[in-house]
Design a binder for this molecule. Structure first.
Ligand SMILES: [Zn+2]
Length: 808
């Protein structure tokens, strides 16, 4: 038995390697070691094949402790050994598909009979040498073969696994999750008859737990398991990423100070060297916040093995710049480490940083693609809006306002990265045009006595589900079909601006229904008219002929009607197949994968199969046309605090998280938000402009985005966006995967396959260097982006040869 004090004593005198330098008593975390599950476990593993033990390591093995099939099927150049005690193998090695693209491997902790929590009291004396895991286990690299490009994600629990994998999921890179509870678990088979099973390994927080006062924080992976991973890396040239780690010999670095930062203390992080992951498109020297992300400023302790890629700026805690992240090369074993915690569920910094490790881990070669869409939808065009502040006022946008937006589109596109194409998409309500045109005596008669008018009942509960066939018609009995003339519609100056073809094609266009009647409790008859009248109006005035017109989708009025089977049936009968939802309402989101749309179903919504695409709300409220108004509403309704700059900074943090998280969901705005012609200039980043509050929002996002990455910002119209969500959903169901071909210690090509090697929609494969042939498939390469080939699988795997092999 090793007494805990013996570990500290060994650390203090430098007899063993610890996170604390010799002469310093260990404190949390106490040791770099992992605890072994049992001495029997360690002694029963053996080094076989081409793997040899590292100089200070315990023995390690490529064999896994999990499956006997590993040994049964092995015939590769590496030989395997399973545990002598197969009875100790967890019987329930659960392999399940969490999503259609994601293989999830997990083990029920209760089934791990030999992996009971290690406590210091069970640590045998023989492990006193093995508390130093070998960072340089040796294994001869394979010279030829293949490796699955699947990424192994190792994390403590499903929540941290989701953080670790969210970027992979966003890009569409297949991954497998290994959840390691405090009691430990078995590794999945790292290789098999066809070669390596994983193209990269990510470990979050060393899967460490607090094992009590005596032993403190230690990894729930055993020393032996770490060495299996390391040896696998060496054999197959596979990289490892670790984040949320403490600087130490395992990372070629030492801690500077005792960590940072207390609440309210900022320490900026920036990339200092991105040359090892050029396809990430990240800019160096651009400081980003670490607020809320605990981290350990570090210094490089071994410059022959370790290089800095990111640094922390000096602050009140550390007087000079320190190292934030490194790349190690330990005798050929490559590792990237961040001395910083990650949480992509709230941190924009995390969603940005993940692109560094994903690009590096995959070497920029993966199934999937990285795209940022910036879609801004402007609802309520042609309607008049009651303004929140000053209360009692109304606003309807003018042609001058729209001209200001159109002119600005040129300006804002010029501020974006190469390849960008941004435009604004507008949701139209035709009855607002008829109402405006009929506001004069002449117009009243030209417009058949005016537009459609009715008394609106009180709102229903937010998620009200209407029994089919119920409700009361609000619309008058006549007209039954759209019957206004051009002589009527053209009395509205706003329509004249929009029907100028050069204006029309600079924007996207979609129906927001004719009168904006709320549809939660609406009848089939009313909704049928809301859709069909607006379609007729859009056609009559020429908007449906616009370049970026959406014909098969709508923006539902106030996002109502989504649990009204009669309304959804009326949409469907008029050719509507999709709409946007509201991301503040969980029932309208796909709960399995946030990259997928939601599909309505009879049980919840009274109708099967309407596609609901996610959409973000912003703090630019629908009933505001000035900064003062939207700040006041933010304070009054959403616990906001501060001024318009504070509001925009808050939005910036959230939107950067969404953009770098590759969420293609549009952002919601309204017509009053575009008021700019007669407003007080707004200053954004020191530049004053005749901006509407919506423009101020976009300016803020664009400025931050281009500061951090060189990626293009691409707008797609609603219909293309909807198709894109559906395509993502469809191809994930194909369960595609990529394999690297290895020859002469280089990746020379890739092979894409899928279930039955067939997929009804193309699968993207992204290349850091061009393949020798793209085989006639659609390709995509915009601005500084890497090349993506959209591969159509039709019965056989598709292979590509790289024009320049990638050295392992
Ligand atoms: Zn609306």
């Amino acid at each position: 038995m090793v007494n805990p004090w013996l570990l500290s004593w060994g650390c203090y005198f430098g007899f063993i390697t610890c996170r604390t330098p010799p002469g310093v008593w260990t404190s949390k975390p106490t040791a770099i070691s992992t605890t072994s599950t049992s001495s029997a476990f360690a002694s029963s593993t053996a080094v076989l094949g081409t793997a040899a033990p590292g100089p200070t390591s315990v023995v390690h093995s490529f064999g896994t402790t999990t499956t006997t099939t590993t040994t049964a099927t092995t015939s590769s150049s590496l030989s395997f050994d399973s545990l002598s005690s197969t009875a100790s193998v967890p019987s329930a090695f659960v392999t399940s598909l969490d999503s259609d693209s994601t293989l999830v491997v997990s083990v029920s902790p209760s089934s791990v009979s030999t992996s009971t929590p290690s406590t210091p009291s069970t640590m045998s004396l023989s492990l006193s040498t093995s508390v130093v895991p070998s960072v340089v286990p040796s294994a001869a690299p394979i010279s030829a073969g293949s490796i699955a490009a699947d990424i192994l994600v190792i994390a403590r629990d499903t929540a941290s696994a989701k953080v670790a994998s969210s970027g992979l999921n966003a890009i569409g890179i297949p991954f497998t999750t290994l959840v390691v509870p405090q009691s430990g678990t078995s590794l999945p088979a790292l290789n098999g008859t066809s070669g390596g099973n994983f193209g990269g390994i990510v470990v979050a927080g060393e899967v460490s737990y607090n094992y009590g006062n005596a032993s403190g924080y230690q990894s729930a992976l055993t020393t032996d398991q770490w060495n299996q991973l390391y040896a696998y890396q060496l054999a197959y040239g596979v990289r490892m990423v670790q984040y949320d780690v403490y600087p130490g010999p395992n990372f070629g670095a030492s801690a500077v100070g005792s960590g940072c930062c207390a609440t309210g203390v900022e320490q900026l992080l920036s990339f200092s060297d991105v040359s090892d992951f050029p396809t990430a498109g990240l800019r160096t020297g651009a400081g980003i916040s670490t607020t809320g992300l605990w981290h350990y400023p570090a210094s490089i302790s071994n410059s022959s093995t370790t290089k800095e890629i990111a640094r922390f700026a000096a602050n009140s805690v550390t007087a000079s710049d320190t190292t934030a992240a490194v790349i190690n090369n330990f005798a050929g074993r490559e590792q990237m480490a961040f001395f910083l915690s990650f949480d992509t569920s709230w941190s924009a910094t995390s969603t940005l940083l993940q692109h560094a490790w994903i690009s590096w881990l995959t070497r920029g070669l993966y199934a999937g693609y990285r795209r940022v869409n910036l879609n801004t939808q402007i609802d309520d065009m042609f309607l008049e809006t009651d303004i929140y502040k000053p209360n009692g006022t109304t606003f309807r946008i003018t042609p001058n306002d729209l001209q200001g937006i159109a002119d600005w589109l040129v300006e804002i596109n010029g501020k974006m990265n190469a390849g960008s194409n941004y435009f604004v998409e507008v949701g139209h309500n035709g009855n607002g045009n008829i109402e405006n045109s009929s506001s004069t005596d002449e117009g009243y008669s030209a417009c058949n006595g005016g537009g459609i008018e009715y008394n609106s009942p009180a709102d229903t509960a937010l998620e009200f589900k209407k029994p089919l066939g119920t409700g009361t018609n609000l619309w008058p009995d006549s007209p039954t079909t759209y019957n206004w003339t051009a002589a009527c519609t053209q009395l509205d100056p706003l329509l004249l601006w929009w029907t100028n073809a050069s204006n029309l094609d600079r924007f996207g266009h979609i129906s927001h229904t004719f009168t904006h009647e709320e549809q939660d409790n609406a009848t089939y008859s009313d909704v049928n008219k809301e859709i069909s009248f607006n379609q007729a109006w859009l056609k009559q005035v020429g908007i449906s002929a616009a370049k970026y017109f959406t014909s098969n989708g709508i923006i539902p009025p106030a996002i109502t009607g989504l649990h009204n089977g009669d309304a959804l049936q009326a949409w469907w009968d008029n050719g509507i197949r999709n709409c946007v939802g509201d991301n503040t309402r969980p029932v309208l989101l796909n709960q399995q994968n946030d990259m997928w749309p939601y599909f309505t179903n009879v049980a919840s919504d009274g109708f099967d199969g309407m596609q609901v695409n996610p959409r973000f709300a912003t703090r630019i409220y629908y009933n505001c046309d000035t900064p003062d108004c939207t700040v006041q509403e933010w304070i009054d309704t959403s616990a906001g605090s501060g001024d318009f700059d504070t509001l925009l900074a808050t939005e910036k943090g959230e939107v950067m998280r969404h953009l770098f998280g590759l969420h293609h969901d549009p952002y919601m705005f309204h017509q009053a938000n575009l008021r700019n012609a007669d407003t007080t200039p707004i200053t954004i980043n020191g530049v004053s402009g005749q901006y509407s509050i919506m423009q101020a929002w976009v300016e803020t996002q664009v400025q931050e985005f281009v500061r951090l990455v060189d990626w293009p910002l691409i707008t797609i119209n609603h219909q293309t966006m909807s198709d894109s969500f559906l395509a993502r959903y469809t191809r994930d169901a194909c369960n595609y995967s990529l394999r690297h071909t290895i020859s002469n210690n280089q990746i020379t090509g890739v092979t894409l396959s899928a279930n039955s090697n067939t997929c009804s929609t193309p699968v993207p494969v992204t290349f850091p260097v061009a393949p020798t042939s793209t085989q006639g498939f659609t390709t995509e390469q915009i601005g500084s982006d890497p090349l993506t080939v959209w591969v159509q699988l039709s019965g056989s795997p598709v292979s590509f040869t790289l024009s320049t092999p990638i050295a392992l």
